[in-house]
Design a protein around this ligand. Structure first.
Ligand code: ZN
Ligand code: ZN
Length: 218
């Protein structure tokens, strides 16, 4: 399994996580199995350029063209086996929604795969604070910067808290932004403990612990 495939599976898991109910999946097995199924079905549909894309590989414009081709070509023939399973799990309402979900996950994957590698620094945690992997980390503003003006105006938090960060690996970081918008994060999920109280984050964490990514990259 390549790193890029693992990233793609994570991108699908994030989309599924946002749309499915956690009942009966306390250990994250169902999320893992279903994401693996979707990834294995969709990966072969993707052109080589997208499967292999990295920060250094291709000018972004070339990849955007590939994505557009994929959208008008392969995804317009999305097998009903895929849409049927998304529909039966209650994740997509119909074929169009299933196709839109697949495209959104592919775009997320390309964005993540082509993002510049995070810079290492000596002062921060070496393990992701959500999934405990030793991987390159990004920092998440627990009170997102876009909300700071509002937070100050409404007095939600003391100013000294505004710059608190959590060090998260890229998949965990993007999952946090998938489960809540910036204002919700600022208002209700402004510490790691509060995030960890969420059922979807707990499920994600268990899912992430099962994934093989976690080797140091770059
Ligand atoms: Zn992580
Ligand atoms: Zn963030």
């Amino acid at each position: 399994m390549s790193d890029q495939y693992a990233l793609f599976k994570d991108a699908l898991a994030q989309r599924v996580l946002a749309r499915s109910t956690p009942s009966g999946d306390a250990d994250g097995d169902a999320l893992d199995d279903f994401s693996e199924y979707l990834a294995s079905e969709l990966w072969p549909v993707m052109p080589q350029e997208l499967q292999a894309c990295t920060y250094d590989s291709q000018p972004p414009t070339a990849l955007v063209e590939k994505l557009d081709d994929l959208d008008s070509d392969a995804l317009s023939n999305l097998p009903t086996s895929i849409s049927d399973s998304l529909i039966s799990f209650g994740i997509a309402a119909d074929w169009d929604a299933a196709r839109a979900l697949a495209l959104a996950a592919i775009r997320d994957y390309v964005a993540q795969a082509c993002a510049p590698p995070p810079a290492w620094s000596s002062t921060r945690a070496t393990e992701c604070e959500l999934c405990d992997r030793t991987v390159p980390l990004t920092y998440h503003h627990l009170i997102p910067r876009s909300t700071h003006t509002k937070v100050k105006k409404k007095g939600w938090h003391p100013e000294s808290m505004l710059n608190s960060v959590a060090w998260l690996c890229r998949p965990c970081h993007s999952t946090v932004h998938h489960v809540a918008d910036n204002e919700e994060l600022a208002k209700s999920f402004y510490t790691l403990d509060l995030l960890l109280e969420r059922e979807d984050i707990q499920r994600w964490r268990k899912y992430a612990a099962k994934q093989r990514w976690g080797v140091k990259r770059g």
